[in-house]
Design a protein around this ligand. Structure first.
Ligand code: FPP
Length: 287
């Protein structure tokens, strides 16, 4: 009972932040969630929705910024790496839950082009977690209908990690379910610069006319070429930034922020964020 009360208090604290960013309908949805009442929107998540419903209320592409690992560890007197270890476990659970909810593409921000500024010990710990995940998941990949992809410049990563990444992509290439993009050494600006270089090389070779460089052409040169643009960005830990994540793909994304730290993030928190998203009125520049 006590833990339920604690959970409700925490939910309400998270909600109050989200409330600032929601329209009136979302506020209603969120209040009823905080009180534990079932409403129509929540009911959509009580069982796997049909395809037609999914396209209306479930984001086709969700981007998740897994933030707060360091603070979670510090609060417990643990080294920052301990936060990443728990964060990696949460990543596995949430990735599978995204698939279960009918999301077509989920992109997780694992290591940015700016994260090289961190202490070497912490960088090594994150790379080791990635190594472990890739090794351990090879069996799991066979069971799941998830296609694993990596976005970012992998050329500077350790050769064995690059090899494991290739194996993971090959092992899941024929999967028909969700695409799981793991962003490693990824930066939105670097992605755009890479795309521009490829386009310029084609122009120089006479394979592309400058007049043919339009939005679709740029999209085709991104790591996420052919994938739906981002509908929802989710960032826990009380930070309200995009941090160079999917900057082109987020042109019309909705944002949901939460106070909870990533290592404490649960499938219920994801469902709450999806319910907030479902209540948003998206106009894409129209009325
Ligand atoms: C941001 O929190 C988190 C990161 C930069 C690393 C995220 C990495 C993981 C969750 C491990 C992923 C592993 C796999 C296998 C995909 P922070 O450290 O900046 O937290 P803080 O803001 O509280 O310091």
């Amino acid at each position: 009972m006590r833990s339920r009360q604690k959970r409700t208090r925490r939910s309400w604290k998270s909600n109050s932040t989200i409330l600032q960013l929601c329209d009136r309908r979302s506020i209603v949805i969120h209040r009823s969630l905080a009180c534990g009442k079932k409403d129509k929107t929540l009911a959509l998540f009580s069982s796997k929705p049909k395809r037609s419903e999914e396209s209306a209320v479930v984001p086709a592409h969700i981007g998740i910024i897994m933030d707060g690992n360091g603070r979670w560890a510090k609060k417990r007197g643990l080294p920052r790496q301990a936060g990443h270890v728990t964060g990696a476990r949460v990543f596995r659970t949430i990735a599978k839950h995204c698939e279960k909810r009918g999301i077509k593409v989920a992109t997780f921000y694992t290591f940015s082009t700016e994260n090289w500024k961190r202490p070497q010990e912490e960088i090594d710990a994150i790379m080791n977690l990635l190594r472990d995940y890739l090794r351990e998941s090879l069996a799991d990949f066979k069971k799941e209908n998830i296609r694993t992809r990596f976005i970012g410049d992998r050329s500077v990563l350790a050769p064995d990690i690059q090899q494991l990444m290739r194996e993971a992509e090959e092992a899941t290439a024929d999967k028909t379910g969700m695409i799981l993009n793991i962003a490693i050494n990824y930066g939105g600006r670097a992605e755009l610069a890479t795309a521009m270089r490829h386009i310029a090389a084609k122009v120089q070779a006479g394979a592309l006319a400058p007049a043919a460089i339009d939005e679709a052409c740029i999209e085709q040169h991104l790591y996420t070429a052919g994938q739906p643009e981002v509908d929802l960005i989710l960032r826990p830990s009380g930070e309200y930034r995009l941090s160079n994540f999917l900057i082109w793909q987020c042109a019309y994304a909705e944002y949901v922020f939460d106070e909870i730290l990533w290592p404490e993030f649960t499938t219920k928190d994801l469902d709450k964020a999806l319910a907030v998203y479902a209540g948003r009125h998206r106009r894409f520049g129209g009325v």
